[in-house]
Ligand binder design. Sequence first.
Ligand code: SF4
Length: 336
Amino acid sequence: MDAKTQAAFRKRLLRWFSQNARILPWREEPSLYKTVVSEFMLQQTQVKTVIPYFNRWLECFPDFESLSIADVRDVIKLWEGLGYYSRAKNLQLFAQKFIKNPAKNFLDLLKFKGVGAYTAAAIASIAFHENVAVVDGNVVRVLARIFNLRTLFPSKDNAVKCVTPLANELIDAQHPGDFNEAMMELGALVCTKNNPKCENCPLKDLCEAFQQGTVDKCPQFIQLERKKCLKKRLWWIKEGCLLLEPSRIGGANALWELPELTPERAACFVLDKLLFVGKRSIGTTTFTEEIYAASVPNTEPMWLKQCTYFPLKDVHKISLSGPHKRWIQALLKKSF
Ligand code: SF4
């Protein structure tokens, strides 16, 4: 793309964005803190899911200071249902570290736990106006179509690596944050994966795939086979209390789940009855989780010491990961 075409690309994209950008809470009276919180929440999660969480978060933790001194259990509780809980812990770590040693640019941001190239570029360009392109799945799709890239990408990471130099060449040095947001917005609203709205696209005259009729062939990925994983979990109620164990990701007893029955653990029990089968997907793996009622020998196994009994009437007050919350609610409605 020559310099004149690049200039036209930027101008049309930014004009479209100024007229079509969604009203989002982190775009109203923007601040570094709002940008950081929204970018952590938006990792792996859709905008419409994030909005209520973002609003509640800002009410409880309006700035880096309040977040840095919060009890990690309150932080995790507020994140409950958003998934990928390490993000909540990393966001609090970000606040604690930032207060002592504020990041000033893209490279500084990369030193924070949980901040990869994508998040660092988003924060640096939006909050610090640094000239660094953000490349997510939306941007990969837009640029693969604009340049009619017919490569068969082995993975999303590989596609991001391939497209990043193109995005860095195109970025508007005067408005890098707006440019990045505009690219992602165009990918989310117009240049969608299925049924892109090419006739309404501000870039259609500059889009090679549109001109060549190959939009549905860009980008292309090698299809990965989905992996399957079976887990067993324990449903055990004693004197009106449900046994739960701390999740490895929550840490500090902040997030709880039904105890996993690894083969070693299961050997101590007689599995009486399969009560429930839950499913969930993480990345390219589909987990089938079987929840069993069980009998235990007279001596309780040592690993139960890591677990805690919670009164059934208080279960709704503790932080549970999204799937566990759903499964427990479903099981509590059943009568055995
Ligand atoms: S013309 Fe179509 S394929 Fe090309 S960028 Fe616009 S929406 Fe995407």
